[in-house]
Ligand binder design. Structure first.
Ligand code: UT7
Length: 359
């Protein structure tokens, strides 16, 4: 479904934060563990290293660290947050949901829930947040957080090279009259899911279809499995179609997009998609060489790094687009900036430990 933004109140991002775990897994480390080579990984994926959760670092702890910074950066207190949405496919536990743990850490008492749309999750959560702002909410904390390192098979070279851990958080609030006059906020979005692709990427065990058992563990069904080439083809198509539909819905051309922030899955997927969309590499945000594919954390990590280093600035048209297991896809076009105060003094990157560990 593709939708142009209807009326007030549109969403603006008034604060953000990111969190990265202390572990670091480089391609050289992988060469020691598997039959693979740094040159192969770089050529086929663009990834050079990933961040890994170490002792005590979990999906909820990363989400809390990013969320804490986003609230502070927005100039708000935890009591000001009236809804928490966590996009994740690697929850803290099956029950209760991750938001419960994050709410406890941050001192929130508002409603909260988890959303699983795999790598499209953060964009799904933003679209949902926009509709909840229309329903009267004022400050929604939206977080994409993952610890995929816990679900990759240590002996599967086709997935172990790809995935990493991290979190990105945004506090979103209704656009003000000033924002509307400046054209800021969400212009259009697109959401979709093709359930014919369920078998190409997923974790088979641990749900109602294949409950966890000694047999499922022995089979390694609790690990992520993937048909890489099929996912690759479908990912390019999904991103191109979804981004195009979003631009068309807002009557905007690719030339008008100041920054394209795609899901960070594979550099070749990004290059293939941007070529078809007509968006040059100079206007595409890529950071996967440092983090790999962090699923629902990947778009906020890339988006907020680019905002922090000054690439994305007030008034820019920003297109974010993701796709993932399901197969889900989601895109959003927004004009960057907010009239809600943002403290640029605070650096949003939270390293859990000053000492980085090699895993
Ligand atoms: O959010 C979405 C999540 N998933 C993705 O985005 C993944 C999309 N797919 C991909 O990124 C790519 O398909 C991979 C990076 C996973 C694989 O790259 P590829 O270019 O599609 O390689 P391939 O599967 O066609 O394999 C080519 C060869 C095979 O050897 P043979 O059969 O030609 O002898 C593989 O066994 O490369 C081999 N191979 C490796 N070699 C060294 C597969 N993985 C590795 C590896 N190191 N890590």
């Amino acid at each position: 479904m593709t939708t142009a933004n209807p009326a007030l109140p549109a969403l603006t991002i008034r604060g953000w934060g990111i969190a990265l775990p202390s572990g670091r897994l480089t391609n050289a480390d992988l060469e020691q563990r598997l039959e693979t080579r740094d040159a192969w990984i770089v050529e086929r994926t663009g990834i050079r290293e990933r961040r890994y959760a170490m002792d005590g670092e979990t999906t909820a702890s990363l989400a809390s660290a990013a969320g804490h910074d986003a609230i502070k950066r927005a100039g708000l207190e935890p009591a000001d947050i009236d809804l928490l949405i966590i996009a994740t496919c690697t929850p803290e536990q099956t029950i209760p949901h991750t938001g419960s743990f994050v709410g406890e850490t941050l001192g929130l008492r508002c409603g909260s829930f988890d959303l699983n749309a795999a790598c499209s999750g953060f964009v799904y959560a933003l679209v949902l947040a926009q509709s909840m702002l229309s329903a009267g909410h004022q400050n929604i904390l939206v977080i994409g957080a993952e610890t995929l390192s816990h679900i990759v098979n240590p002996s599967d070279r086709s997935t172990l090279i790809l995935f990493g851990d991290g979190a990105g958080a945004a506090v979103v609030s209704p656009a003000t009259e000033v924002d509307h006059d400046a054209g800021r906020g969400v212009l259009a979005w697109d959401l979709g899911c093709d359930g014919t692709a369920t078998s190409f990427l997923g974790v088979t065990a641990g749900g109602s279809r294949v409950p966890t058992s000694a047999e499922s563990v022995a089979n390694g069904d609790h690990y992520i499995h993937m048909h890489g080439q099929e996912v690759f083809k479908r990912a390019v198509r999904a991103i191109v179609d979804s981004a195009t539909a979003t631009l068309q819905s807002a009557a905007v051309s690719a030339d008008d997009v100041a920054w394209f922030v795609p899901h960070q899955a594979n550099l070749r997927i990004i290059e293939s998609a941007t070529k078809r969309l007509g968006i040059p590499a100079e206007r595409t945000v890529v950071n996967l060489e440092r983090y790999g594919n962090t699923s629902s954390a990947s778009i906020p990590l890339a988006l907020f790094e680019a905002a922090d280093d000054g690439r994305i600035s007030d008034g820019d048209l920003v297109l974010i687009s993701g796709c993932g297991a399901g197969m889900t896809w989601a895109s959003m076009l927004l004009r960057w900036g907010t009239s809600h105060g943002i403290s640029t003094q605070e650096h949003s990157t939270q390293e859990h430990s000053t000492q980085e560990n090699s895993t």
